[in-house]
Design a protein around this ligand. Structure first.
Ligand code: 3PG
Ligand code: MG
Length: 417
């Protein structure tokens, strides 16, 4: 990597301003916010331990949710400080603000190897606005800047970008953490010259969300397997009936262009041959937004037209078996986006079959499997196969933008080697 990393630093006695992505899922239980998945915290421990061993004084900054400049109690990082204390096995001081005298006092009291976590930076609107004056305020406690927040590196915010600029201007070092380094290695370098066949599995709801990735990966992949609701827009573009399925009628030309490019580049571009459909019916329950909760009846599989009253919810068994066979022959696999509504057990079989094939290709055939964050990680974990793949990204939006070929502002702001 052409950027400075924490391995290149000596932070003894220095205040290290460490941006992490602790935007973890929380649930309210008995009036308390409880972390339901601590992966993002666990994945930063290598960086933390290295900097602690070096004798750095760590000041951690993060965001949680989208509080839009308000002090939302449910989005406090305090439960994260408790979790970090437990995982790290040493005290973590918590500052209930991210700027100001209180923070400066806590930072000044830190001894070598001690750790503090600051409150949610998004309690200030200036964070997302990347306000230079706010970045200066954050940087008051920064001798060195380290960014280990890969999941937020696609945001040009004050704590992910602005502070780095301030520190660099003062002549300070700005380095990538070990998690950031690992993410960039797997999602970047490892896919530069992939062992072949290179099979890309893309799912999710929308063609518009994935078209840039499709376009870029068409240049590299041997096969692209399409699943999820995005497949229905392709069906629509082929003049097939899609019933009530989620489609983007204005993206049909885009879908056809992707297929044409695949043909031209001799990339095997596969669409589902069968689909699990169901008839959605409203129940008398309402969801949080006040809309009726839907139930799904008459679940069955179709190969051609989706009936007018039905909606597609997953790739079918035939497609799953066909995709699995291709995946088992791969030497490099990149997976981004589920094959259907896997959160509902009735529609999880297609996604699970793909997850199983990816795990098996990795474990039995030595394939390198890279999972591009977000829902595909959730699906693998739900199938209890998370530890059977080569790499799972901690970034959702960030990994997608990186795979699209975008320069991530949080990476660009770091010092060159
Ligand atoms: C994420 O969870 O995707 C990252 O933490 C970034 O959060 P954001 O999408 O609210 O910027
Ligand atoms: Mg996001």
């Amino acid at each position: 990597m052409a950027k400075l990393t924490v391995r290149d630093l000596n932070v003894k006695g220095k205040r290290v301003f460490l941006r992490v992505d602790y935007n973890v899922p929380l649930e309210e239980k008995d009036g308390k916010m409880v972390i339901t998945d601590a992966t993002r915290i666990v994945e930063t421990l290598h960086t933390l331990k290295l900097l602690i061993e070096q004798g750095g004084r760590l000041i951690l900054t993060a965001h949680l949710g989208r509080p839009k400049g308000k002090r939302e109690a449910t989005m406090s990082l305090r439960p994260v400080a408790d979790k970090l204390h437990e995982l790290l096995g040493q005290p973590v001081a918590f500052a209930d603000d991210c700027i100001g005298e209180h923070v400066e006092k806590i930072a000044a009291a830190l001894k070598d190897g001690e750790v503090a976590l600051l409150e949610n930076v998004r309690y200030y609107n200036e964070e997302e606005a990347n306000d230079p004056a706010f970045a200066e305020k954050l940087a008051k406690v920064a001798d060195v800047y380290v960014n280990d927040a890969f999941g937020a590196a696609h945001r040009a915010h004050a704590s992910t970008e602005g502070v780095a600029r301030v520190v660099a201007k003062r002549g300070g070092q700005c380095a990538a953490g070990l998690l950031m380094e690992r993410e960039l290695k797997f999602l970047g370098d490892e896919l530069e010259k992939p062992a072949r066949p290179f099979v890309v599995i893309l799912g999710g709801a929308k063609v518009s969300d994935k078209i840039k990735v499709i376009d870029r990966l068409l240049e590299k992949a041997d096969t692209i397997l399409i699943g999820g609701a995005m497949a229905y827009t392709f069906r629509l573009a082929h003049g097939q009936k899609v019933g009530k399925s989620l489609v983007e009628p204005d993206r049909q030309a885009m879908a056809l262009a992707a297929e044409a490019k695949a043909k031209q580049l001799k990339v095997n571009f596969e669409l589902p041959s069968d689909v699990v459909v169901a008839k959605p019916v409203p129940t008398d329950k309402l969801n949080k937004k006040g809309k009726p909760v839907m139930d799904f009846v008459n679940i069955h599989t179709v190969t051609d037209a989706i009936p007018d009253d039905a909606e597609g919810f997953s790739i079918g068994e035939q497609t799953a078996a066909h995709y699995a066979k291709i995946i088992l022959g791969a030497k490099t696999i990149l997976w981004n986006g589920p094959m259907g509504m896997f959160e509902d057990a009735r529609f999880a079989a297609g996604t699970n079959a793909v997850a199983k094939a990816v795990a098996e290709a990795t474990q039995k055939h030595g394939a390198k499997s890279i999972i591009g964050g977000g829902d595909s990680v959730k699906a693998l974990n739900q199938a209890k196969l998370g530890d059977q793949v080569s790499f799972m990204s901690t970034g959702g939006g960030a990994s997608l933008e990186f795979l699209e070929g975008a320069v991530l502002p949080g990476v660009a702001a770091l010092s060159d080697k």
